[in-house]
Design a protein around this ligand. Structure first.
Ligand code: PMP
Length: 496
């Protein structure tokens, strides 16, 4: 353990975490180069935008050693918050089982709810600055960025962070590069800022670096300015559930360097892989497996988005972004006029869970537990697929981890095409077949997602896909659901 991928030993990092990572010492002091200056990448809008002057003036009033009498900011005094007393005592005791430092890692009996106990040592309340420091230390432990001026800030989840990221980097009419099939929330966020998308083909090792390079080498500027942003979901890609190999990531970083690209690394499924982090003492924590872009990037081209949605609970609406400090400054400015902050009770829940109860070791242990659960569910779904799906029509690649199974259906086997009866455009026919299958599945009580929803290209559809997730249904329902869905496909393809 210790040395991750033979490049950056974690020993000094752990030492830093223990002894130095206090809010006053957040800048890492040991010798790392600075990132490249990415400010020329900022959109016209974001270059001119500095956030809320009012918010900045109020934060000046509340910091520093000199006592400030607050006559400036319209913020009620804490004595008029109805909850503050109870947050300082025991109000979070709504969960069934306590996980204390003694019982970490989570008990193996399957019950992992947490009593968020607030101990008396917090009589003067929680220091949320320290909670944020946990996030910084976590990034340091897992990704250990290569340059000195990186920073991190909380976000109200990745959906919000994506919108902000595209505002920071895109002008209207820009074209963003992305995997051919991608998260629909991203497609909408890109369209919302007036930008378009260009699909990059995928194979089993993830987005194709060769194709990415070809697009950029041959860019015809009559289409618009050459893209400057590549958006990617490198692990357990949504929806295809491919995970980019190390080699692929290195190749893509080379293309990014050659063509001066920002890489937006949207990585909510990163932690859902068993064995990512060992669960022993602190010194045993290491980033095994394929490293993140943030880890590999030596120039500061990567904007990494993390979310608590897949690893703790989606309703928290919390995540964090890591990038070079000038980009984080822009994120903070945009948040000042939109989400403002992650709700403080949520921050407090996270602090109590991560810092007070679990610590880094307990958190990694939780992630390992969760990953193993998903592995069991993945295997159940794969077993059901092999058993029930018509394999002359359906193909899939077993995912390493993540939450999804991406099915490809061979439309040539559909009676409309098999019998040479097809009329109208292929695309319209495929959309109709896709819709028919979905309707049949819904009528039979199974919800699946149409592949066409994940297309970032506006070109006519030429492939027929469905995405299934093994994250949501109970283990028993997973098998049943696949069996029923297989029946819907058979009905539409008239095979019995
Ligand atoms: N990005 C990807 C790739 C996702 O799959 C999802 C959730 N399905 C999100 C972002 C949204 O994350 P959040 O809940 O943090 O907004």
């Amino acid at each position: 353990m210790g040395a991750a991928f033979g490049q950056k030993p974690l020993g000094p990092v752990l030492h830093l975490y223990r002894s130095q990572l206090h809010p006053q010492h957040r800048q890492i002091t040991y010798t790392k180069p600075s990132s490249k200056n990415l400010e020329p990448h900022f959109s016209v809008e974001s270059q001119a935008f500095g956030g809320s002057a009012l918010k900045k003036s109020s934060s000046v009033a509340s910091t520093g050693s000199k006592r400030m009498i607050p006559l400036g900011t319209g913020r009620p005094s804490p004595e008029y918050y109805p909850w503050i007393r109870s947050l300082e005592s025991k109000q979070f005791d709504t969960y069934s089982e306590a996980i204390t430092k003694e019982t970490n890692p989570p008990a193996a009996n399957g019950h992992h709810q947490l009593a968020l106990q607030v101990s008396t040592k917090h009589d003067d309340g929680y220091n949320l600055a320290l909670a944020l420091n946990y996030g910084h230390a976590h990034v340091e432990l897992v990704h250990n960025p290569s340059y000195s001026n990186w920073d991190t800030c909380l976000t109200a989840g990745t959906t919000s962070a994506l919108e902000i990221a595209f505002r920071i980097f895109c002008n209207r009419g820009d074209i963003v590069l992305s995997e051919k099939y991608t998260y629909p929330g991203t497609i909408k966020a890109i369209n919302l800022v007036g930008a378009q998308m260009q699909a990059v083909d995928l194979d089993k090792a993830g987005a194709s670096a060769i194709y990415l390079k070809e697009i950029l080498d041959k860019w015809d500027i009559s289409r618009g300015p050459k893209p400057t942003v590549f958006y990617t979901i490198p692990c357990g890609q949504n929806p295809t559930d491919t995970t980019q190999s190390l080699k692929r990531r290195q190749q893509i970083l080379e293309v990014a360097e050659e063509h001066v690209l920002i890489i937006i690394e949207d990585d909510p499924y990163y932690f859902l892989r068993p064995g990512l982090c060992s669960t022993g003492a602190d010194s045993d924590i290491s980033a095994d497996g394929v490293p993140s872009y943030l880890f590999l990037d030596t120039f500061g081209r990567v904007v990494r988005l993390d979310s608590t949605s897949k690893i703790l609970a989606p309703g928290l609406r919390a995540g964090w972004v890591t990038a070079n400090a000038s980009i984080i400054e822009k994120f903070l400015a945009y948040q000042e006029v939109s989400t403002v902050a992650v709700s403080e009770p949520v921050q407090m829940m996270l602090y109590i869970l991560l810092d007070d109860n679990w610590g880094h070791t307990g958190f990694f242990s939780w992630l390992d537990f969760l990953s193993q659960q998903y592995r069991i569910r993945r295997d159940l779904m794969l077993e059901a697929c092999s058993k029930y799906l018509p394999q002359d029509i359906c193909t899939w690649v077993p995912p390493d981890y993540g939450m999804f199974l991406w099915l490809e259906l061979d439309w040539r086997k559909h009676p409309q095409f098999k019998d040479g009866l097809s009329c109208g455009s292929l695309s319209l026919n495929l959309l109709e077949i896709e819709n028919n299958i979905l309707q049949l599945a819904l009528e039979d009580g199974v919800q699946v997602t149409k592949g066409s929803l994940f297309r970032c290209s506006k070109k006519p559809i030429e492939e027929l896909h469905f995405r299934m997730t093994f994250a949501a249904a109970s283990e028993q329902d997973l098998t049943q659901g696949v069996r029923i869905f297989a029946g819907s496909i058979r009905k539409e393809f008239t095979i019995y």
